[in-house]
Design a protein around this ligand. Sequence first.
Ligand SMILES: [Zn+2]
Length: 173
Amino acid sequence: MSSTSFEIADEVQEFAERIIDQHHPHLQDAKDKVGYFFKYGSSDWAGKCKKCTAFEREITGKMFLIFVNKDAWSHMDLTQREALVDHELCHIKRASSPRIDSTTNEVIQDWAIADEPESWSTRDHDIEEFSDVVNRHGLWEKGIEKFAVAVRNAPYQMDFEELEKQRKLKVAN
Ligand SMILES: [Zn+2]
């Protein structure tokens, strides 16, 4: 069993900053508030995002830490890596106050001050469910329906029948 260790993950940071530019405007001026680390050693997750404790903030100067399991990362292709990093960034929530721009009439988000820990919180997943329950009972809750709509709209569609066929082939092998 390999022991646990950590390493600064510049590679993950590069992914993250690209994704922030595209999809996370609340982090645009706060890129330096997130620290990225590879975790070596076994874990039952591929990625993790946590808000820093006061002590962690003190020693890292960050508001959030994102950990990526190195073994999982090395088995992922480019799109999977992007999805994982995007997922972890989605856990970061920043307080804001909307206001209407008087000239354009557009709603503008004024993000809370990046240096204040109270400006930040973590966001839970839109959906928490066991795949067994979905298999047995379908989309029984509103949150799951919302999630299903997002899945249907996603660019890549997993073909369930194709997946079953592959699974059976694997079993047959
Ligand atoms: Zn998550």
